[in-house]
Design a protein around this ligand. Structure first.
Ligand SMILES: [Zn+2]
Ligand SMILES: [Zn+2]
Length: 399
């Protein structure tokens, strides 16, 4: 087998430490020490952290995740003779804990000279906070995932809210990732839907990547794209079992989330995991934060964003051969998948008003300097017209 293709046959648990020279001209590597993914793997945590014995381990959780796993992790580590401290970050009145300057600061002041490891127990926010603070402090961090809600566990990037902007900072991989399906399976439906939306959003992310390659000559790696595409297709094939809580399907979904995170580290940029659907999701999220209201979970917004992007693609591919050539997903195919998952098909279902939705279509591409179908549409002077058309399709009213 060609060296480049070997990774396509590996399980996520086999990937840590693996590296290869790829046909795309780059060297790819997975710089994670260990991934423990599967049923009951939380029990292996103390054994995996042996080298931190004798140093202070700061366990970080929020109001929810301390109950789901934080207390248990503390008990387990103390029972195994480790020196630990538990820090619970309260949400201070905002509906959810935000990964912003204030929370980063709170975590920072609780780390001390003798802290040897940050051990996060949580999902998106706790993971991002521990990742960025440990990176800045030059400390390793370990994450125990509590929900299959997003693809950030295995990602080197840390999205934070700074100056009310959502900025994705480069950081580092966790030393160990622990995703125990017994724990993940207790996550509420909305978090399982969010993880699913983050996975299905890869259809438009991959189309945007191919488009940027075709139109702008951006670097593209066919092996990484195939790796992600195969995993996403697999999740769609197993979606009913996943939502039914079958442990094997939950494991597969979680491994796909880990894999898409890993794909970012493989290639050194976020293209395989994030495109225009993420720009739209970030736009809505920032609007909600600016207004002090709760926003949908990241992955649920990404799901809706992928329908909107696919609608733009649908119009543009009929007019431009080069857009058709990148094989974008059909919006009705995505709707069929999301409706089987019980997820939002319209902005209204996520509390996104018609004007905000239209504004996001017109301006979402400004969030990141990264070429997508929205940039293509804008460059052809068609964005306002297409934004109106897609708003009509998705919010009702005149088409
Ligand atoms: Zn490559
Ligand atoms: Zn995402």
């Amino acid at each position: 087998m060609e060296e480049s293709k070997k990774i396509l046959t590996m399980s996520v648990g086999e990937m840590p430490g693996y590296g290869f020279d790829c046909e795309c001209g780059r060297h790819h590597s997975v710089d994670i020490n260990k991934i423990l993914s599967g049923k009951g793997v939380l029990d292996q945590l103390p054994g995996a952290l042996e080298e931190f014995r004798g140093r202070k381990i700061l366990i970080v959780a929020d109001d929810n995740t301390v109950l789901i796993g934080g207390n248990r992790v503390k008990e387990m580590m103390d029972g195994a003779g480790f020196d630990t401290e538990l820090l619970v970050l309260p949400d201070h009145g905002y509906p959810v804990l935000l990964p912003d300057e204030e929370t980063v600061g709170r975590l920072l002041v609780h780390t001390s000279d003798d802290t040897g490891l940050l051990l996060g127990v949580g999902s998106g926010t706790v993971n991002d906070l521990c990742k960025i603070v440990s990176y800045k402090m030059k400390l390793p961090f370990v994450i125990v995932g509590t929900a299959p809600s997003m693809d950030g566990y295995a990602s080197v990037m840390a999205p934070l809210i700074v100056d009310r902007q959502k900025i994705t900072y480069p950081a580092h991989y966790p030393y160990v990732i622990v995703t125990d399906t017994d724990l993940l399976n207790t996550a509420p439906l909305v978090m399982k839907q969010a993880g699913f939306g983050d996975v299905i959003g890869k259809y438009t992310a991959l189309a945007d990547w191919r488009l940027a390659h075709k139109i702008k000559g951006d670097h593209y790696c066919a092996v990484t794209a195939e790796l992600v595409q195969n995993a996403v297709d697999d999740c769609v094939a197993n979606m009913d079992a996943y939502f039914g809580g079958e442990p094997d399907a939950v494991l597969k979904m979680n491994d796909t989330l880990l894999l898409t995170g890993i794909s970012i580290g493989l290639i050194g940029y976020t293209r395989p995991a994030s495109g225009s659907e993420h720009h739209l999701a970030h736009f809505w999220e920032l609007d909600a934060i600016a207004n002090g209201v709760e926003h949908p979970l990241h992955g649920n917004s990404v799901g809706l964003g992928s329908i909107a992007s696919a609608e733009v693609y649908k119009i543009m591919r009929e007019r431009f051969e080069e857009v058709d050539a990148v094989s974008p997903p059909d919006p009705d195919m995505l709707r069929e998948i999301y409706s089987r998952a019980g997820m939002a098909l319209t902005p209204a279902e996520l509390g996104i008003g018609t004007e905000l939705f239209r504004r996001s279509l017109n301006n979402g591409y400004r969030i990141r300097p990264r070429y997508t179908i929205f940039n293509f549409t804008m460059e052809h002077g068609m964005l306002p017209e297409i934004a109106d058309a897609v708003t009509g399709i998705m919010c009702g009213g005149a088409k």
